[in-house]
Design a protein around this ligand. Sequence first.
Ligand SMILES: Cc1cc2nc3c(=O)[nH]c(=O)nc-3n(C[C@H](O)[C@H](O)[C@H](O)COP(=O)(O)OP(=O)(O)OC[C@H]3O[C@@H](n4cnc5c(N)ncnc54)[C@H](O)[C@@H]3O)c2cc1C
Length: 400
Amino acid sequence: MDLHLSAQEQAFEAEVREFIARELPRDIREKVRLDRHLARDDFMRWQQILGRKGWFTGAWPREFGGHAWSPMQTIIFNRVAGEMHCPELQVFGPAMVGPVIYTFGTPEQKAEHLPAIRDSSVWWCQGYSEPGAGSDLAALQTAAEDDGDHYVVNGQKIWTSYAHHADWMFCLVRTGREGKRQQGISFLLIDMKTPGVEVQPIRMMDGRHYLNAVFFNDARVPRRNLIGDEGRGWTYAKFLLEHERVENANLRFITQELQKLHRVAAEVRSDGKRLADDPSFMAEVGAVEVQFKALEIGLLRMLSDMDAGAPAGPGKSSFIKIRGTEIAQRITELLVQASGPDALRYQPGPLFGQGDDGAPIGPAHALGPVATYLFCRAMTIYGGSTEVQKNIMAKHALGL
Ligand SMILES: Cc1cc2nc3c(=O)[nH]c(=O)nc-3n(C[C@H](O)[C@H](O)[C@H](O)COP(=O)(O)OP(=O)(O)OC[C@H]3O[C@@H](n4cnc5c(N)ncnc54)[C@H](O)[C@@H]3O)c2cc1C
């Protein structure tokens, strides 16, 4: 595995930089740079700009309208996006349900959904978890009863990220109760405007509306929205989760936060000395940077294997997920430390970009770190908790 950028890769990196510099709307860049929370329109505007260039789904195969980006191109894109204050991409469409649809979907499903994912005209959400089914996902109870050319869906999903923004949900439902629990699960695409689908907000501790509970009361979903075979949803769900864990490597986010950490360390002064000149603090920063380099190499190795036709494999993607989330959490801890007592002020006005007084009290860099730190505690829970990932690695990588 050659880690040096080839001439072509260097040209791609230059093209990404030039494109972002020209196309990323200034107001969105400033929100990301200053840690403001983003609205649906902010995400969609940027994703649609990328979509017009074919870069929202750059890693998709060419036959489905992607650019067949190599693993290195994917890493380059994420790294540059992090350096240049691009928003996080909503990966539910391009990196999760999209690959499921182009791998297992019918020609009609591909025609209906892939173009709208590519150009980001539709927002997807993920309906997997339920109050009694998180780590033990096979315990899910949301039922889809056969009613001829429709399913009638009843039950509840929870912790559904951005369901209030979503147009469509990819959802795991129970269609059978015989045999192993996994055998009765199916993968259904549900239009969020379907009568009987209700979204209730769950507020986060910083006041942000990100999570939801979603209720289904006799929601009628056309049978043509079933992916693959009835009762084989578990296979498609696992395929998708391996992709999700790669996304959870958090390359863009880590790059962005590391850059911020260096900026804050250069600004903050204690006893007249810059934090950036404090050897013990900078040794902590150095340690996490080394871990990040190792993560990038591990990710590149896994993506290269996948490119050569090998599956990501549950053990490998779990390793990437654990390291990516722990490194991200560590950086957010260092940012809170660096910001010191200034970070403790809770200022929802400037944080959400609401109210007359958009200007934060205290240094601008101290506005976001605590909210980001608190949100990032969830990283080692969602997408499969760290404990569960370790179980998977013990079984698949170590054969225990
Ligand atoms: C911010 C956020 C966003 C989310 N977004 C979505 C979303 O968009 N869509 C969606 O479907 N879900 C989403 N989730 C849900 C997430 O996937 C679940 O929270 C996660 O799978 C854990 O399930 P649980 O919350 O039921 O906890 P539980 O499964 O009850 O786990 C509780 C604790 O027990 C540990 N544990 C459980 N089983 C084992 C075991 N076998 N061995 C060792 N330890 C174990 C876990 O590690 C955890 O510490 C989100 C969650 C969060 C926090």
